[in-house]
Structures are given as structure tokens and as C-alpha cells.
Design a protein around this ligand. Sequence first.
Ligand SMILES: Cc1cc2nc3c(=O)[nH]c(=O)nc-3n(C[C@H](O)[C@H](O)[C@H](O)COP(=O)(O)OP(=O)(O)OC[C@H]3O[C@@H](n4cnc5c(N)ncnc54)[C@H](O)[C@@H]3O)c2cc1C
Length: 441
Amino acid sequence: MAARIVILGGGFAGMATARRLERILRPEEATITVVSRENFSLFTPMLPEVGSGNLETRHVVTPIRAELRRATFVLGDVRGIDLAAKTVTVEHPIAGSHQTLGYDHLVFALGSVTSTFGLPGIAERAFPYKTLEDADRLRNHVIATLETAAVTADPTERKRLLTFVFVGGGFTGVEAAGEMADFFRSTLRYYRSIDPKEIDVVLVEGGNKLLPELQAGMGEYSAKALARRGIDVRLESMVAGADERGLQLKSGVTIETKTIVWSAGVRPSPVVAPIAAIATGRGGSIAVNADLSVPNQPGLWALGDCASIPMPDGTTAPATAQHAIREGPVLAGNIAATLRGRATAPFRYRAIGMMASLGARRGVAGLFGKYLITGFPAWLIWRTYYLLRLPGRDRQLRVAIDWTLGLVFPRDIAELRVYSSAAEAHALREAGMLRDAGGDQ
Ligand SMILES: Cc1cc2nc3c(=O)[nH]c(=O)nc-3n(C[C@H](O)[C@H](O)[C@H](O)COP(=O)(O)OP(=O)(O)OC[C@H]3O[C@@H](n4cnc5c(N)ncnc54)[C@H](O)[C@@H]3O)c2cc1C
């Protein structure tokens, strides 16, 4: 009988695993099922450009159904896992119905969620930067803030409105702050009552350098490049919390602002943490063997951001897309080897290089742990590499067109009031669909 392989998560790691399994396993050997709560995969390296309006929202996502050849896709939120019965319960995010899936091999590829470290006020007041909705919501908020500042005379309130704080000096914070500075440079011409000098983009990092997870030199270059463009980079600034005035630092300083973008930390998927038998890694992640199998749990595997993967040099694999897409094929090969009674292989990838885009056609790339490429060439390498990595030829073409248009035209400042019940009610009223608006009754 064909083995049942169920992959939880349709992101970088899950899809890389599914695509390789489709290629190497014959249909009579195994059925493959991918479970994910959205019907698309999000290409996160391009998310900051969605937040700054340089890329169209739908161009950075790929429909999962279109990416799979013979695997089955189940749209579902994972609600429960019964390791003894070997079943997974999922809830349909739209219909609300439940489904139970049996498995012989279960792959955890559920990624991570934002961590606020329990700091007071952050969860309530800060914008996360992880999902498509986050990026879209932030873009609309920033435009709404400019619109408000344009009619605000009170200097204190104006200052608060025009200060935009990004917390976290990793990939997300650095790229998002750089992109936002680009957005202002491109759009402030439309807000004649706002002097560009009034805008403050602040990047707050607790450690003593940016991009701490990347090669030495990359963080130092990024800090200088961002500062040259007027971004206020504050290192060694630990956050204490947030309130209605803004962001409080442990030093006692308060940065007065209406916009705090939080990308200071992630933690493994909360689905994993409560399962004590597997959540044995750092922060409740799944500590796996070198071949990505879960220790003492035959048939369980984990990879990507929700796993702690040992590397040959004694470190754990970084939580990056670059690693996740390499882990997938290794894990797929190991499931195939197990089904065929062969030995599994360890995950041994060593990244040739890492890159970050800094906006304003500048980037930074570290190669082989010692060479540094900076400025325009690094930015060009970043764009070429990620464009080629974006799944789907149509998506690649759409992004290439967006980028080309972005070189010529300013960014869009149309503010779309989505994602709130007030906005929905307003839209219905405008359409004459609500009784109090005298609509069709
Ligand atoms: C803004 C941003 C920029 C980044 N830039 C870079 C970069 O330039 N380079 C780089 O290498 N890395 C980058 N990263 C990191 C990279 O995105 C992650 O390391 C990568 O996504 C990890 O892959 P994954 O498959 O483990 O998780 P994900 O890609 O997050 O996939 C997890 C999947 O599981 C699904 N899921 C989660 N919970 C459930 C549930 N309960 N039920 C069903 N489905 C569920 C999710 O919907 C998602 O599809 C960036 C991250 C962010 C947020």
C-alpha cells in the first residue's frame, strides 16, 4: 500500500519538500498531501517592497495548487496532532469544517511567528512584518499617516506622526526601513505641506550591529549606507515597551511615534510548542537529527524555521528561506530512502553567500564568509537571484515589470482602507448596500 506523506506548511520548506517528493517517488510508493492555511506561498524576501508599494501585493505570492503536480492540497489550519493515532486535525479557514488526515510520515514545515518577548504594549501597538496583510496594512497606515500629518498644525503631534520606527536590525528591519525611506523619497512631492526634513525613519537594534546573523562587515556597511540616506540607526538600544506616546527604550528614552514596525524576533510555530514529545529545541522548536528526522519518533520529520537543525560545525542552521529551500530536497530524499529501506543522508549545506537589499538601488552581499560586495552591484545580484528564485514564470515576469515601472514612475499613494470592519461598513455604505445609507431595501 502507498505510504501517506503529509506535509504541514506550504511555505519555502514545505513546498521544496513536496516538489522533490513528487519528482522522486512513484505514485504507487506514496501519496503526498500538503496542508496550509493559505492557498498560496509567500515570497518573503520581496515583502518589504510590497510594504513600500514598489511591488504589487499578489505578485509576491504563488498559488500552491498551481505549484503542485500530483500532490493533494488541503486548505486548512492545523488544530491538533495525535502522535499515537498518527492523525492530524485541520480546520478549513473559510468553511470552518474539520477534517482528520492519517499519515505514515509527517513533515513539520510550519515556520515561525512574530515574538514580542512579552514586552508591554508591543503586541497591541506595533505592526508585525510577516504576512502579506502585514505589509499591505503598513503601507496603507503610512499613507493615512501622511494624509493626517498634512492637515495637522500642532508641532508635537506632527512630529509623532512623521516619525516611523522599525525595531530589529535583522533582514526584515533593515530591508523594510531602507524601502520605507525610498517610499518617502518617491512620494513626498505629492504632500507639499510636508517638508522632507520632517520625516524621521528610525531603525532600533538591541545588539551592537545590524544583520548580526550574517557575515562580518555586512552589518557595518548597512548601518553606514542607511545612515547616509538619513535613517537614524540606533544600535545597543533595548526596547522596554510601547504606549500611546510611542516606543520606550530601556535607557529611559521615548521615541514619540504613531508607527512602530516590529521585526525584532521570531519564535517557532505555536502548533509545535505544546507537543512536548517533539518541541525539545530552542524556544519550543523541533530539535532534529542531522537527517532532519525527529529523534525517537519514527515517521516524523521537521525543517525550516520551526526546526533546530544541527550543522556540521556545531551551530544550528539559520532560519532563512535560503536554508529552507535546501533542506526540503534533503528531507524528501530521506523519506524516499526510508520507504525503500536505504540509509538517510545528513543535511550539510553551507551557504555560498547571503544578501540584503537596502533600498535606493543599494545592497550588501557576503560571499564565502570573507568577500564583501556592496552598493549597486550587490543590489543587482540580490534582484537577479531572488527574481530567479521566485516560483512561477508569470510571477517573475510581473515582478520584473513592476521593477521596471518603479525605475521610471513614483510609487502609488492610493490609500486603501481595507482590513477593518469600519472600512467594510464604509464600502458597503458607499455602494448603497446599507439600510442607513438609503440603499436598496
Ligand atoms: C519580511 C521578511 C523578509 C525576509 N527576507 C529574507 C531574505 O531576504 N532571505 C532569506 O533567506 N530569508 C528571509 N526571510 C526569512 C524567511 O522568510 C524564512 O526563513 C522562511 O520563510 C522559512 O521557511 P518555512 O517554510 O520554514 O516557513 P514559512 O515560509 O513561513 O512557511 C510556513 C507555512 O506554514 C503555514 N502555516 C503556519 N501555521 C500553520 C497552521 N497552524 N496550519 C496550517 N498552515 C500553517 C504558513 O501559512 C506558511 O505557508 C524573511 C522573512 C521575513 C518575514
